[in-house]
Design a protein around this ligand. Structure first.
Ligand code: ADP
Ligand code: ADP
Length: 228
């Protein structure tokens, strides 16, 4: 079956350093929303770094669709697994150039569909130059930037979306749009989010609680609350 597996993974950023994650075993179904929850320094971002192959495990292994992650070409991996950071940088240039940044062959319809999904369609249509508006001249809020970054990821129709869902600084509309996108994508693909608190991932199908690099608990919102 199609899954992403972490099999007893230990990883450190430098030889001799303390492990950033230790003996982590996870199974992430290829459909649904998995949330990784834990305080700062727990190892959440490291899970993403391993998945993107920014970092290699010291022990254990990662397997995607039955194939060890290291055997995937980076090109294939980057197409399947897309990461939207808390502050994904936008590139200088137009909105269109930003949306097509990683998928330059995407069509007009894919662009507008992505903009609709993040609730930016109306806003973009109102801009004097529409998609050709230069981002250096347009007044764009932080929340809108985040939604543009998310739209850019959606244009490529990723199978696995990694989302740093630190919604702390997000405005209400952005937070609602992000949750809608998560819910919709999680019906056909895998969405993996990072959050600090359990209260922000009530709807996740699976929640993994990390603490000091180790899996401390797993379940869903209800079962985890019952344990605490
Ligand atoms: P995480 O989401 O990885 O658990 P946070 O986003 O809460 O961690 O960041 C932990 C601390 O580090 C916060 O005080 C935050 O302001 C700071 N921080 C996070 N990312 C950056 C960054 N890119 N540059 C500078 N400080 C950062
Ligand atoms: P979280 O995302 O939960 O805040 P991280 O995965 O960023 O946690 O960090 C896990 C551990 O790895 C922490 O002890 C952190 O200091 C360390 N770490 C994270 N990134 C680096 C890095 N680039 N270099 C060295 N240590 C790092």
């Amino acid at each position: 079956t199609s899954t992403l597996v972490f099999d007893n993974v230990t990883a450190r950023y430098a030889p001799g350093a303390a492990p950033a994650v230790q003996d982590v075993s996870l199974e992430i179904p290829r459909v649904g929303h998995t949330a990784i929850v834990g305080p700062s320094g727990a190892g959440k971002t490291t899970i993403f770094s391993l998945l993107l192959r920014f970092l290699n495990p010291d022990a254990g292994r990662l397997v995607l669709d039955g194939t060890p992650l290291q055997d995937w070409s980076l090109e294939d991996l980057r197409r399947r697994v897309v990461y939207v950071e808390q502050d994904t940088p936008l590139v200088p240039g137009t909105l269109r150039e930003n949306l097509l940044y990683t998928h330059d062959s995407a069509g007009e319809e894919a662009i507008w569909e992505a903009l609709r999904a993040v609730r930016l369609e109306g806003r973009v249509r109102e801009l004097p130059d529409g998609l050709d508006t230069s981002l250096s001249t347009a007044v764009i809020s932080g929340g809108e930037r985040q939604r543009i970054a998310l739209a850019r990821a959606l244009v490529g129709d990723p199978e696995i979306l990694l989302l740093d869902e630190a919604t702390a600084q997000l405005d209400g509309l952005t937070e609602a749009a992000v949750h809608e996108v998560i819910d919709r994508l999680a019906r056909s693909g895998a969405v993996l989010t990072i959050a600090h608190r359990l209260s922000t991932v009530i709807d996740a199908d699976q929640i993994i609680v990390l603490e000091a690099g180790r899996v401390r608990a797993r379940g869903n919102h209800q079962t985890l609350l019952a344990e605490d």
